[in-house]
Design a protein around this ligand. Structure first.
Ligand SMILES: NC(=O)c1ccc[n+]([C@@H]2O[C@H](COP(=O)([O-])OP(=O)(O)OC[C@H]3O[C@@H](n4cnc5c(N)ncnc54)[C@H](O)[C@@H]3O)[C@@H](O)[C@H]2O)c1
Length: 374
């Protein structure tokens, strides 16, 4: 059967835009059962020269320095630019009936996520958000174990996403520290969003939080040596209650010396516990209270064909996936959602709920009290 092409447009070819570009190509090769063939059609960057060069390097058919032209030319738009631009591009895409894969945090604050979500509801376009880690096979498998009752009643979740990209006090000021470009959140909108997406996926809605934030380095020099004020938090922590009665704690830091991709969690239920770390992306640790006592202990489950869609990448167990493969899974899930005319969770609804949690953390810290959500 000849498959219909789905023309993709990529806005932004920086750190994460590049991984999306690689993923569009890889999706065609990795997944034989695609409903549509993704075509890397148009790439947009800040200047025509930059766009042309990136399009050539990343295998796109056309390039532009005007994202409006891109929206007109494609079926699906990937937004991989700083948060300041998310809203306008997303609203434009939905008004034109295009599908949207938007990077987190989706706009500058919860009001913008809500506007984008409202536009999605009026549009025939499908939507997904770049909650990349939530699509990791071993995390999706942990979710399946919970749904199958392997952990029993959930008791407590403890998760963190720490990195050290700003641990050096002399690290250069970037758009991520400027609230008019990055939005209301610092590390919360960058790393906190990921671990919150996983906590919610596994344990459900968060109902109340008590938060703490810190900006350890209030000033940094930009590329020209000018001292700039850091306008958002380096560190955030919260304790919270899930609607199902489980307790939760979360932390995110961009100044955690030695943490390179420390997205990790431990979730305990009455019948067992799971542990995961993105630095060991292809493993899940599981302790079962029903194991025979003489051999009881945490066992390491290594990725294999049972952990879909690993076997689409490689038939041999334990050989492993990496971050770029998670982006490929994201594109594959997005294409399926488009074919089935539904959204692709974690999606704009999840981004909205997470933006409200993060705002509650900032409020809790400012007012030194617990904050209820809804
Ligand atoms: N899902 C993830 O794991 C993940 C990881 C990193 C970043 N992100 C998100 O992706 C987004 C981009 O982050 P990044 O790290 O790639 O940033 P980046 O600074 O590396 O890249 C952004 C790119 O956007 C381009 N750009 C800026 N304005 C533009 C415009 N008007 N038109 C076209 N291109 C424009 C810049 O030239 C740059 O190349 C952010 O929302 C960020 O939170 C997600």
């Amino acid at each position: 059967m000849i498959k219909k092409n789905l023309k993709f447009g990529l806005v932004g070819a920086g750190f994460i835009g590049r991984t999306h570009a690689l993923a569009i190509h890889a999706t065609r090769q990795v997944f034989a059962d695609l409903e549509y063939l993704p075509v890397p059609h148009m790439l947009c960057e800040v200047s025509a020269a930059l766009a042309e060069k990136a399009a050539r390097n990343l295998g796109f058919e056309r390039s532009t320095d005007d994202w409006r032209k891109l929206v007109d030319a494609v079926d699906a738009v990937i937004v991989a630019v700083p948060s300041q631009l998310h809203r306008e591009i997303a609203l434009n895409a939905f008004a034109s009936g295009k599908h949207l894969l938007c990077e987190k945090p989706v706009g500058l604050n919860s009001e913008e996520v809500e506007q984008i979500r409202a536009a999605a509801k009026q549009s025939k376009g499908c939507h997904a958000v770049g909650f990349t880690y939530a699509r990791a096979p071993m995390i999706m498998f942990a979710k399946r174990m919970i749904d199958d009752g392997k952990l029993g009643r959930l008791l407590h979740f403890s998760g963190r996403h720490d990195e050290d990209y700003l641990a050096d006090p002399d690290a250069t000021f970037s758009w991520r520290q400027e609230s008019k470009v990055a939005g209301r959140f610092g590390v919360l909108g960058d790393l906190g969003y990921h671990i919150l997406s996983i906590g919610r996926m596994l344990c459900g809605e968060v109902r109340a939080v008590c938060g703490l934030t810190e900006t350890f380095y209030p000033e940094r020099k930009d590329g020209s040596g000018t001292v700039r004020t850091v306008e958002n938090e380096d560190y955030a922590a919260l304790v919270g209650r899930f609607a199902n009665g489980a307790a939760g704690s979360f932390q995110s830091s961009r100044v955690a010396r030695g943490s390179k991709q420390n997205l990790s969690f431990e979730l305990s239920g009455e019948a067992g516990t799971v542990r995961f770390s993105a630095e060991r992306l292809n493993e899940l640790q599981f302790y079962s209270a029903t194991d025979e006592s003489s051999t009881q202990g945490f066992r390491t489950i290594l990725i294999n064909a049972a952990h879909k869609p690993y076997d689409s990448f490689i038939p041999a167990p334990g050989h492993g996936l990496g971050f770029n493969d998670l982006k490929t899974i994201e594109i594959r899930q997005f294409i399926s959602a488009i074919a089935e005319q539904r959204s692709c969770p974690p999606d704009l609804d999840d981004a909205y709920a997470i933006s409200k949690i993060c705002e509650a953390v900032l409020q809790s810290n400012a007012e030194e009290r617990w904050v209820n959500l809804r």
